[in-house]
Design a protein around this ligand. Sequence first.
Ligand code: G3I
Length: 377
Amino acid sequence: MKQTRRKFLLQSALGISAMPLVVANLRASAAVSSGLAEVFKDDFHLGTAISDATLRSGDSSLLNLIAREFNTITAENAMKWESLQPSENQFSWHLADDFVKFGRKNKMLTIGHTLVWHSQTPEYVFKNKASLASRGILLRRMQNHIGTVIDRYKDSIAIWDVVNEAIEQNKWRRSKWLEIIGEEYFAKAFAFARETDPTAHLIYNDYNMHNPDKQEFIIAQVNKCKKMGIRVDGVGMECHATLDEGPPIVEIETAIVNFAKAGLRVHISELDVDVLPSAWDYQGAEIDVNYEYSEKINPYKNALPSAVSARLAERYRELFELFIKHRDKIARISFWGTTDDESWKNDWPMAGRTNYPLLFDRSRSPKAPYFAIKNLK
Ligand code: G3I
């Protein structure tokens, strides 16, 4: 039964047509949400990221809102290497178990984020005593981590971000993975995941996927894997958008079409829209200089002006208009958080800003963007 339920979630999300009768019956019994996911149920799955804080506190009002509005969940941090295997062969499952249990209880599509990444991976992974680990040791560690994690959750998690953010425009990101193993680490990660769960949906996840060079480089790696008999099923386009600096809708559309043409399912995996002025030019060396500038790059400390809220709603509307247009290529859309207060965008690239990138405000009420996209259907 477990495998059947998992298969149903996978097939309903990914549009695999041949659905055995027993799986179709499960569809009838799946949780019917009364929120936004229900509005888009014929287009794509709709999800959000759940923070460690929410998992630790068991915040029932937020978790109930998530279960009502969404049918897909991603752990913001709880399933990263530093969380699951903080020291070698010492696994810490409790937060991830709570996350997976919540998904099963609410019959939600649960995303495994993420297995191989240069960030949030403990230093020991790349070390052998005081020196760098050998290629063989690092490959064994990668295989052990991927195998242990997928094996534990394969009855609940059918979709994995196997490799995250390994590419910068038209070349590999310089990381310890690349330095020690070489570029084959990409294919090896997918091979280890596939051998652990042959039916899983395996994804490469990254940001700035509207960049044509990046698209070309990614598709080339996927095709190289294919030639080796290693299947990559989809890409996660993170879509950390901004209000004004882009990316332009037409560039996002081109990326969706190009990835689909390459035979990949498209996942919009970490959607949010930053409403604040770009902070990058203000990273001065002097604290007081930064302090002085923070007023300019933190203009909405107390509230979001209605004019900006309207622009945010319009940005989300045009994004969802595009996603609906290409619903046949898109398996799911996940927001990177539910309420504005929990967004990573309040502290990036510098801490202490007040941002408004998501669908629900700090009192957990739906904002203008929520209604703007709901009214598209
Ligand atoms: O767990 C520690 C905690 O023990 C400590 O007290 C606290 C204060 O220092 O930090 C906690 O770790 C934080 C971690 O989130 C867990 O909350 C890190 O400092 C913080 O840097 C980390 O940020 C996460 C970030 O990934 C790390 O790169 C964000 O929450 C998370 O939203 C963000 O998500 C990434 C995706 O995984 C991949 N795509 C980009 C996206 C945004 O960066």
